[in-house]
Write a protein that binds this ligand. Sequence first.
Ligand code: 5RP
Length: 219
Amino acid sequence: MTQDEMKKAVAEAAVEFVQGGWVVGVGTGSTANHFIDVLARMKGKIDGAVASSEASAERLRGHGIEVLDLNSTGPLPIYVDGADEATRHLHLTKGGGGALTREKIVAAASDQFVCVIDETKQVDYLGAFPLPVEVIPMARSHVARILAGMGGNPVLREGFRTDNGNVILDVHDLRIMNPVELESEIDHIAGVVSNGLFARRPADVLLVGTPSGVQTITG
Ligand code: 5RP
């Protein structure tokens, strides 16, 4: 089974969590794209979606699913999104696609966060995948110096701007033993908008695609 087939399988499993009449929070990336394609089958039953990126909003609209503003929906019953790394504690690294800030907002506003990954994303400790940090452009060098002082190796994502007009520093060489603490510490650096650790608000359900089927891990 290919990695993409495992992503499709978890997308199919995730849609089982969605109920008619709901506004669905939708993430970003190739696994989230599969979820959007499967969700399209329910478009007459759901009340719409809140997207974590312009790319996902466009894909949702392409399927005829109404995209709503989070300010007009109130709390959401569910958020479905992928991740770049996940531990058995349901702590995640996200932001490979650069949408981490809006992803974190929609996850925070949702009652249940269903994270969909293939088995290659499962790790014992976060950090092998470079940690994305969204930064206000004028603070890029300042934030990079502080991240380097914390033992990381920040690399500017060249030629990339987030949907919010900011830059991303991908921080290599971190072995993250306490993701809750590190998430807060990085967020407190002046100029940081958010970072890709999802530990203070982890996933509630992790659906893992494997060659032998989809495994469900709950917190
Ligand atoms: C985007 C993300 C994605 O969820 C993450 O990068 C995983 O992507 P994919 O499903 O394509 O492997 O955080 O900002």
